[in-house]
Design a protein around this ligand. Sequence first.
Ligand code: FUB
Length: 345
Amino acid sequence: MPEKNIDNIDFEVLNKKAISQPLVSHIYTADPSAHFFNGKIYIYPSHDIDAGEAFDDLGSHFAMEDYHVLSMDSIDSEAVDNGIALHVDDVPWASRQMWAPDAAHKDGKYYLFFPAKGYDEIFRIGVAVSDSPVGPFTPQPEAIKGSFSIDPAVFQDEDGSYYMYFGGLWGGQLQRWREGTYNAEHLESPTAHLPKNHELALMPKVAKMSDDLLEFAETPKDVVILDEQGNPLLAGDNEKRFFEAAWLHKYKGQYYFSYSTGDTHFICYAIGDNPYGPFTYKGRILEPVVGWTSHHSICQVEEKWFLFYHDSSLSKGITHLRSVKVSEIIHDENGLITTLKPYQK
Ligand code: FUB
C-alpha cells in the first residue's frame, strides 16, 4: 500500500478548499456507514488509532480495536460520539483489526456487522445485537457461517429482505478465496492470487440474510459489474473494477452498487435492476481524497441524498488516521450521480 505523495500539500490551503470538514475531531473515524433510523442520522464508522503497527501493503497499520457510533439530530447538527459500542476484547472469535462496519434495524433491534481477523489470521464477518442504535452491542459467539473477507454493507429492500454485500482485495483477502476455500500460500504478499490483467476482475459478494439477520440465508454469489458495452470488468480495468467498500442504495426503483477502486482511489458506481445485479458501470461519485483509502456510504435524509466519506486531512495525510465527512450528492434527471471533487469549494 504505497503512501500517496503528500510532501507538497499545504494542508491549511487544502482544508479551506475542502467541500466539507470532519464531523468529529476528538477521535479519528473512517469507513462511515450512515443510516437514517427513526428520524435521526446514525453513522457506524471504524475508529482509527495509531497502534504503532508498521505500515505495510496488507494494512497491518489499520489495527483498530473498537467501534463508536456517531449520531446527528439533523444533517446540519453536531455529530455526537456515543462512546464504545463494541470492543474486540468482547468478541470471542475476533483477535484484531476491527475494520469497516455497517448496521441494520429490524423489529426494534439493531445489528452491527463487522469484519475482524480471527485467531487464525483470516478475516470473517460478525454480528452484534443491541436494543439501541448506538449500542452497546452484544456479539454473537461465532462469526457468520460462510463469511469471509471484509467491508460488510447490509441493504434493506422495500420487500423487507436484507442483503449483505462484502469483500475487499489485498489485506482484505478476497483474492485468497477464488477457489472457494482460503488459500494460505504466500501470506506475506497482498497481491498473490489476484487475477492477471486480462482475466475477469474479482467481484464482490452478495448474500441474502436469514430472517433473524444473524446468518446468511444462501451461499454468497458474485456481484457482477459490467462495463458500458455489457462485458464484465477485467482485472486490468484498474480505474473501474471493485477493490473494497461495497455499498447499495436504491433510487427510483433502481439499485446502485457503489464501491472503492482501492489503489486507484475512486468511489465509483454501477446500476442494476435487482439486488443481485448485474450492475452496469456508470461513473465516479468521488474523486481521490487525501489518504490512501477511500470508503463511503450513501444515505437518504428526508428529500436529500448524502455521501458520507473520509479523508486524512485532519491528520495531515496519515493514511490510517482518517476523519468522517459528509456532502450532499445529486442524482440528475437521468438518475446519474454528479461527481464530487473533495477539495474544490
Ligand atoms: O479501515 C480499514 C480498511 O480500510 C477498510 O476496511 C477498507 O475499506 C479501507 O477503508
